[in-house]
Design a binder for this molecule. Structure first.
Ligand SMILES: [Cu+2]
Length: 155
């Protein structure tokens, strides 16, 4: 996991000012495990990324968005399969994660949909994906791109 955003200095300022500001969710509170994505066939179809997001803080956090230089329109989606076996994807505006809990983004469920790819997703490469939280905190993970047929993260 790569820590890019740190709000530590900011928090010190707030505490000196005596503001009763809750701690921002940041790379220290959010642990991202097992991130992976599948290689794409060209750029016309969206890609998808998967991971487990763990909230190690004592406050609930809410994931509200994604950003990555790889895709113009990244979004959180959920795949649902109806009783008659038809799967469909719907955008999910937010994912609340309770203190100490984790949420799995995995094939057939929640996933990071990467729409409008800016370049093909090539096996063996990685790309940064930033998770944006409701309180303004962010956590960035470097996502490895696995093969077309990958079904889970590499060990
Ligand atoms: Cu999707």
């Amino acid at each position: 996991m790569k820590k890019i955003v740190s709000t530590g200095a900011l928090l010190v300022l707030f505490s000196f000012a005596g503001a009763s500001m809750p701690a921002l969710a940041d790379a220290d509170d959010i642990v991202i495990d097992g991130a992976w994505a599948r290689a794409s066939i060209g750029m016309n179809r969206p890609g998808a990324a998967f991971m487990t997001i763990r909230n190690t803080s004592t406050e609930p956090v809410t994931l509200i968005g994604l950003s990555t230089p790889l895709a113009m329109m990244p979004a959180i989606h959920e795949t649902r399969t109806s009783a008659d076996g038809v799967s469909s994807m719907t955008p999910t505006d937010e994912i609340a994660i309770a203190p100490g809990e984790s949420v799995a983004l995995e094939p057939g469920g929640l996933h990071a949909m990467l729409m409008q790819l800016q370049e093909p997703m090539t096996e063996g490469e990685t790309f940064p994906l930033t998770l944006v939280f409701e309180d303004g905190g962010e956590a960035t993970v470097e996502v490895p791109i696995l093969g077309f047929a990958a079904r889970g993260p590499e060990d």
